[in-house]
Write a protein that binds this ligand. Structure first.
Ligand code: ASP
Length: 279
């Protein structure tokens, strides 16, 4: 088993989605878990929807339409107009609008997680449909039914034992049947009661680490549009050096001190099982 992770910039438009499918085809031999973020700046756009839901419901429809149009534009470049994915995504946006218009829940963090998580649900549905159409044996898997967390919305904590069990039940079994590639969401999980949770902004790398841990993966690859991990932030320093190989400890230190190339929580589960991480 291996894990690939693609962030929002790697699925920000139709060409990027094609590129992801090419990478999976060319480098994803064997059994593979693919973790994907929301497309482009969708998480920020979803945050604006949450805000309008709480403060000014008159803006909800317009903001939902703007995000829906963004995804329709991408899909229309990837699929023929009668592809079932259009109805599937449309239904998600309709439910989202209805949820925001009618929701009376007081817990803002809870609303945040129910709404913002849909960015990842939508992106993975689109990418999985495209990967399947390109002839690969893929399956869309629901991370809300695998990554079990507590109810600490916006920064949920992982129940590792339960996640291990749920991985076996809701993903691993598929690999024993006819699935080679499980495509799932980064950043999101679910509670025992069925509420959706999120793991904190930029948390998709962490999801890749969690899934690598519970599946005893051989390695994890975070695909990025940068050359790799540098010894300093190139926005601030001119003469940065690419680090070809570093220890888990150094990676944790660099990420905690701001190396935004990986989310700081990602390394620990990998270190615990000595699972190499490639960037
Ligand atoms: N989509 C989420 C965010 O933008 C999670 C991630 O991309 O890692 O924070």
């Amino acid at each position: 088993m291996r894990v690939f992770k693609f962030g929002g910039a790697s699925v920000k438009n139709a060409d990027a989605v094609r590129n992801v499918a090419e990478i999976i085809k060319n480098y994803g031999q064997g059994k593979l878990i693919v973790v994907i973020s929301a497309m482009g700046k969708t998480t920020n756009a979803m945050e604006a929807i949450v805000e309008s839901c709480a403060k000014d419901k008159s803006k909800v429809s317009e903001l939902v339409k703007e995000r829906s149009d963004f995804h329709i534009e991408i899909m229309s470049q990837l699929f023929s107009s009668d592809h079932p994915i259009f109805d599937e995504i449309d239904a998600i946006f309709k439910n989202l609008e209805e949820y925001c218009m009618t929701c009376t829940v007081q817990n803002q963090a809870m609303i945040y997680d129910q709404v913002v998580s849909l960015g990842e649900v939508i992106s993975t549905k689109i990418v999985e449909a495209f990967v399947k159409d390109s002839g690969l044996r893929s399956k869309w898997c629901d991370a809300r039914k695998i990554i079990r967390t507590n109810g600490n919305f916006k920064d949920a904590k992982i129940d590792w034992e339960k996640t291990k069990e749920l991985y076996k039940l809701n993903m691993s079994l598929d690999f024993n049947r006819d699935v080679d590639i499980a495509i799932t969401q980064g950043f999101i999980g679910g509670t025992e009661n069925g509420d959706t949770t999120t793991l904190g902004r930029e948390g998709s790398d962490f999801s890749a680490g969690i899934l690598a841990f519970v599946s005893d993966s051989e390695n994890v690859t975070i695909w990025k549009d940068v050359p790799g991990m540098l010894n300093a932030d190139p926005k601030w320093f001119d003469n940065t050096i690419k680090l070809d190989k570093i220890s888990f400890r150094e990676a944790i230190e660099l990420s905690y001190f701001g190396a935004s190339v990986i989310h700081p929580k990602t390394i620990k589960p990998l270190q615990n099982k000595t699972i190499p991480l490639f960037i």
